[in-house]
Design a protein around this ligand. Structure first.
Ligand SMILES: N[C@@H](CCC(=O)N[C@@H](CS)C(=O)NCC(=O)O)C(=O)O
Length: 188
């Protein structure tokens, strides 16, 4: 089994966390944008290849890995709701990030990106108001959230100054040896 991705991607990090948690054997193949454009129809990372099977999205990859290890994936509907909500906010943040990085388009100059930025802000405020665990292990939605927050801070896309519950969740995640082990190079 091979997981293709970059060390910095929060989507890939979540998959790497699940591989570490489940103890499954999976080779990590570092893959840049040019390689993913050639090798995946979605032109994104992560993607996973297991024999004849190719999976092209972190959600299906995580479900596949959990089930292969005999674990449930988001059995609780509110865990799945949190997971999906984080995905929406994460996608919006990644969208803003790439448009600025690659095309120098700023949210201030784009009506749609302004809407995306608003989505990030209202999403973070809502997530901060949710009941989040104060002890390990994190559930799938909380793990998704921790991967997002750590990436968003590293990329200077978000600030948690106004969000104590999100700060607390990220601090808790950082006490997990596997979360530390999957920290992208360059993160502090
Ligand atoms: N829905 C996808 C999103 C993956 C994604 O957005 N990956 C980013 C890296 S963080 C990517 O490959 N972007 C390349 C592009 O948009 O061209 C998943 O959950 O796997």
């Amino acid at each position: 089994m091979k997981l293709y991705g970059s060390y910095t991607s929060p989507f890939v990090r979540h998959c790497r966390m699940v591989i570490a948690q489940t103890g499954l054997t999976c080779e990590f193949v570092e893959t840049d944008a040019a390689a993913s454009a050639e090798q995946s129809p979605t032109k994104k990372v992560p993607f996973l290849v297991d024999g004849d099977l190719t999976l092209t999205d972190s959600v299906v990859i995580i479900r596949y890995l959990r089930e292969k290890a005999g674990q449930a994936f988001c059995a609780d509907i509110m865990d799945f709701e949190l997971f999906c909500m984080v995905n929406t906010v994460l996608d919006a943040t990644v969208n803003i990030f790439f448009l600025e990085l690659q095309d120098n388009i700023l949210a201030a100059n784009s009506q749609y990106l302004t809407r995306q930025q608003g989505r990030v802000e209202s999403g973070l405020a809502y997530l901060n108001s949710q009941h989040l665990t104060d002890s390990l292990p994190l559930n799938e939605g909380e793990l998704r959230l921790a991967c997002y927050l750590d990436w968003g801070i590293f990329r200077n896309r978000i600030s948690l100054d106004d969000y104590p519950a999100l700060r607390q969740l990220l601090s808790l995640a950082k006490t997990d040896p596997l979360f530390i082990e999957t920290t992208p190079p360059g993160h502090v």
